[in-house]
Design a protein around this ligand. Structure first.
Ligand SMILES: CNc1nc2c(CC[C@H]3O[C@@H](OC)[C@H](OC)[C@@H]3O)c3nc(N)[nH]c(=O)c3cc2[nH]1
Length: 376
């Protein structure tokens, strides 16, 4: 993987860059649509490419391991082939899901025993086997197996959890070195900073991760319920320590405002289920604020969904029609709302990149943060 920084903003830590992998160029700042189980829910790969056009999408080790299972993915020649997506894919290691989705899991030094949320069968994830699973899935960027420290937690727990994540990181790296690439293209490994919302632990973890010298670095343990100010404060502490010439990925973030604020703090990559999950509930994000399309006020509003939208749904369908589809529980409604929201998130990060290059990102960000916080 190669990362070229093409511009830095004069009034903030915002950067514009390009990541090059064997599956193409990723222009940063970038938003990565979540395609947890090999599908961005309700969107065809062809629509993704033509209308939303992300350079990279996300998959998830926990989900893909349980279904369709690694054996099928190996027979398919990896996830790209299996889902017919020839651009970049990043897979998260499943650390987060083991805590958030499965029941009665047991965390031990060796790894985590958990019960499948699908059929109740027992499984075991360790740094070693999660690296093997990610080699088989074949994503271009793969994540360390970490413990996403729950929030809130006391200092002692956060410190112990952070040190275990560091020991697991060492095991991931040691094991990965013995595992050749499976499908003829490179895979890049990102370590993950933890430390909860404790400044000194975040500094320690950022130093530890920076010393690995990886091609990219991730910040975990945030967007787990902490106040936005805490998220920003921890991001600021960590980006001051992570190498400037490597991409920074802030996991699970966030709202449009969170994304702009964290771009200003030096983050390059984002993923979040919000645009897709909120879309399925009729919550639309726009440059002028958010819309709850189920609201009666849109019943006879035949104006386009979003005059400033970048996808075909924004101008080909009206607000009244979309509201009707939600009222009738037609799944076309969820598909239209999903394409709109993903289109908006892609517009937001692309516009941010243009502003960083033009040199007026900070002023634009200040204006957008106010504008997008309105409820329409
Ligand atoms: C939402 N906030 C948030 N997400 C987070 C994720 C991704 C969740 C992963 O789960 C799926 O979304 C729920 C996505 O999987 C495709 C995502 O990559 C994290 N992953 C790891 N390994 N470590 C973390 O510290 C961590 C923290 C998060 N905070």
């Amino acid at each position: 993987m190669k990362f070229d920084l093409v511009h830095k903003d004069p009034l903030s830590k915002a950067r514009a860059g390009s990541i090059t992998t064997d599956h193409g160029v990723i222009e940063t700042p970038i938003f990565m649509p979540v395609g947890t189980v090999a599908s961005v829910k309700g969107v065809h790969q062809r629509e993704l490419k033509n209308d939303i056009n992300p350079d990279i999408i996300l998959g998830n080790t926990y989900h893909l391991y349980l279904r369709p299972q690694t054996e099928i993915l190996e027979k398919a020649g990896g996830l790209h082939k299996f889902m017919n997506w020839d651009r970049n894919i990043l897979t998260d290691s499943g650390g987060y899901q083991v805590y958030s989705l499965s029941s009665n899991r047991k965390i031990k030094e060796e790894g985590v025993k958990f019960k499948s949320h699908i059929d109740g069968s027992y499984h075991f994830f360790s740094p070693e086997n999660v690296m093997e699973i990610q080699r088989t899935i074949g994503a271009d960027i793969i994540m360390a197996f970490d413990e996403c420290t729950p929030y809130p937690c006391d200092y002692r727990y956060a410190k112990r959890s952070m040190h275990m994540t560091h020991r697991w990181l060492d095991r991931c790296i040691a094991h990965l070195d013995k595992l050749p690439f499976k499908y003829g293209y490179e895979q890049t490994f990102f370590p993950i900073v933890q430390g909860s919302t404790y400044k000194d632990l975040r500094q320690q973890s950022a130093e530890y991760i920076a010393n690995v010298g990886a091609q990219g670095n991730a910040i975990g343990g945030l967007s787990v319920g902490e106040p936005a100010e805490e998220m920003y404060a921890m991001t600021e502490v960590v980006t001051a320590i992570l190498p400037e010439d490597k991409p920074r990925y802030l996991m699970g973030v966030g709202t449009p405002v969170n994304i702009l604020e964290n771009i200003a703090l030096g983050i390059d990559m984002f993923d979040c289920v919000m645009p897709t999950r909120n879309a399925r509930n009729g919550m639309l994000f726009t440059a002028n604020g958010s819309i709850n399309i189920k609201n009666k006020k849109w019943e006879a509003d035949f104006s386009p969904i979003d005059e400033m939208g970048i996808t075909f749904v924004d101008t080909e369908y009206s607000k009244a029609y979309l509201r009707h589809l939600f009222a009738a529980n037609e799944y076309l409604g969820k598909q239209i709302a999903t394409i709109h929201n993903l289109g908006f998130y892609m517009w937001l990060v692309r516009e941010a990149r243009e502003r960083i290059i033009a040199g007026d990102f900070y002023q634009w960000k200040e204006k957008m943060v106010k504008q997008m916080s309105q409820r329409l």
